[in-house]
Unconditional design. Sequence first.
Length: 194
Amino acid sequence: MATPSPCAGTGGARKSIPANYGKKVIVIRGLAGSGKSRRAIALAEAGAVVFSADTFFMKDGVYVFNAGQLNEAHSACRNAAWEAMRNGALCVVIDNTNATNLDMRPYVAYAQALGYEVEFVEPDTPWKYDVDECALRNTHNVPKDTIQAMRGRWVENPTIETILACPRPGWPAGAAVYDETEERCAQYQAESQE
């Protein structure tokens, strides 16, 4: 018997999968304005749980960005995704820029520790790497120079192996995320062996 799932394929195009289908984390990657959140919305409508740092900035249905809270927003996103995976959510979608290996590392490490398959998905829009077009299309008024900086950090063709091999960063906020990820996964592994 088939089980409904938004994670049957990239973009959630198929609605049913074999009953023995496993859990999946879909890491959506894209510049601001590239169409990544549209993919996430389609997956959510099909039943996936979607996590985005942008959610942190939603106040009474209005997006109110505060650059000083960006680390807190990403921390909230990581924590919520971790809890969903620990609670066995079938399909977890990460809807952030995910430009670098370090950006994706917590989600990939959590997925590996908790037995999830990982899939990397990018928008299929023809403008996904066009900084000018993304600047015009993004709904959060992200400036063109910020989108250009995202593009400059962009890692092509990430793999689980390259992401997990990413070195611990030297800057404090990045090192804290790296260490938190390691601790969380090690703690889970210790608990699961008890």
